[in-house]
Design a protein around this ligand. Structure first.
Ligand code: SF4
Length: 404
């Protein structure tokens, strides 16, 4: 049951990613709500500094255009007249024979649901763990990222639209079953596998199997997601996860409906369930001028995080750069990111970061006890770490995270 089309060529999407989609992953926002015209010239996102001494091992196979290998999906119900209902994400799509979900990777074939995103990552690359983005996980280490085509949301400023907002047949992909991914990670000498850059929820079956094998092999499993997943598949996955960064795109229902194409509630429930499961959580909020930069709402979001998940949850306020359907908006002023960070600290959060502004003081980790600098960052490069046994070396305050 394999559909293959071969074509030569390189991965333009990878070039795009390496060229400067700095930091966070698949995520997006949009020009709804009547956007203001740009107040400053557009500038491309900077390529953040990376350690030049790190070398990556290329994937063991060559990418092929349109490589798809359908596999029976989990999380669906068979309905009357050969219809199916997908139960992976809150959209719970019903599909007639031959139809595909809006995520582009789940299809009704003869009354059963198949995933077209199993074992065919469109992205296989090593990066610093800070790029995933995790600031409280193995600082300075590297992780192997994988991602497939497809996404179950419809953000209007997707940073990887040419991978996430297309079908698997439209991209170059690698034939990499789970054991091959884990073997490649071990050969590469990375400490972790990261499910990132696209939306990993939609390749749930593949991710879960890779994660189980990775755990057996002594690797950490890191997930960066929009968190749009139903409770049961999340529960199955979370037992394998060590750390999750959830893109909380706003704390505003209308923003989620109009800009993201989803609902806020299920994302908050995902965060709560991950917290209950004891997974290390970080949160990313891309701050977009005029759309989600209202400090009152950001304060409300931070108080919710502190109250529901804990004051020790690291929150990254990431700079927005004009792209995709939001190319008419300006990049986020640094002063807005500073304000967001201050708002988070005032709300009681202990680790609020400014992201995608290399060299900004807000990239660093300060001990909430003695206020000393404990991790000094320059973009993705770690310059100093002053931790001892997961605690501040100066005063002994425990810093939450996965440090070894
Ligand atoms: S994963 Fe895809 S098919 Fe399934 S409910 Fe979500 S959008 Fe629909």
């Amino acid at each position: 049951m394999t559909e293959k089309k071969k074509a030569p060529g390189s991965l333009s999407r990878r070039e795009f990613l390496k060229a400067g989609a700095a930091g966070a992953c698949a995520f997006c926002l949009a020009g709804a709500f009547g956007c203001a015209p740009p107040e400053q010239p557009d500038e491309p996102a900077p390529t953040e500094p990376v350690d030049p001494n790190n070398e990556t091992v290329p994937p063991p196979v060559t990418a092929e255009k349109g490589f798809v290998s359908p596999v029976l999906a989990g999380w669906f119900s068979e309905l009357e007249e050969s219809r199916v209902r997908c139960e992976l994400c809150p959209r719970q799509c019903q599909m007639a024979e031959g139809e595909r979900g809006p995520c582009r990777v789940r299809k009704n074939r003869e009354g059963k649901l198949y995933t077209l995103a199993y074992g065919n990552p469109a992205l296989v690359q090593e990066d610093p763990v800070e790029r995933k983005p995790f600031f409280h996980v193995l600082p300075g280490s590297r992780a192997l990222s994988i991602s497939t085509a497809g996404c179950n949301l419809d953000c209007k400023f997707c940073e990887v639209w040419d991978m996430a907002l297309v079908a698997p047949e439209e991209v170059y992909a690698y034939d990499m079953p789970p054991e091959k991914v884990v073997a490649h990670a071990r050969d590469s000498g990375v400490r972790a596998i990261s499910y990132a850059f696209g939306e990993p929820v939609i390749f749930h079956e593949y991710m879960t199997e890779v994660a189980a094998l990775a755990k057996e092999a002594g690797l950490l499993n890191l997930l960066h997601t929009a968190g749009y997943i139903r409770p049961e598949p999340l529960r199955e996955l979370s037992g394998h996860l060590d750390a999750v960064n959830v893109d909380l795109k706003s704390f505003d229902e209308e923003f989620y409906r109009e800009v993201v194409g989803g609902e806020l509630g299920p994302v908050l429930e995902t965060l709560q369930r991950l917290g209950e499961a004891g997974v290390h959580i970080e949160v990313t909020n891309i701050v977009i001028p005029t759309l989600n930069d209202d400090m009152e709402t950001i304060g409300e979001m931070c108080r919710w995080i502190a109250g529901e998940l804990g004051a020790g949850i690291p929150v990254h306020f990431a700079r927005f750069y004009p792209l995709y359907k939001l190319s008419g908006l300006p990049r986020t002023p640094v002063s807005t990111l500073d304000q967001a960070r201050d708002t988070a600290l005032q709300a009681g959060l202990r680790y609020a970061y400014v992201a995608r502004v290399p060299g900004h003081e807000g990239e660093n980790t300060f001990c909430p006890g003695c206020k000393e600098l404990v991790i000094n960052r320059m973009g993705f490069v770690i310059e100093e770490v002053h931790l001892k046994d997961s605690a501040c070396r100066y005063c002994g305050t425990v810093i939450p995270g996965r440090w070894d």
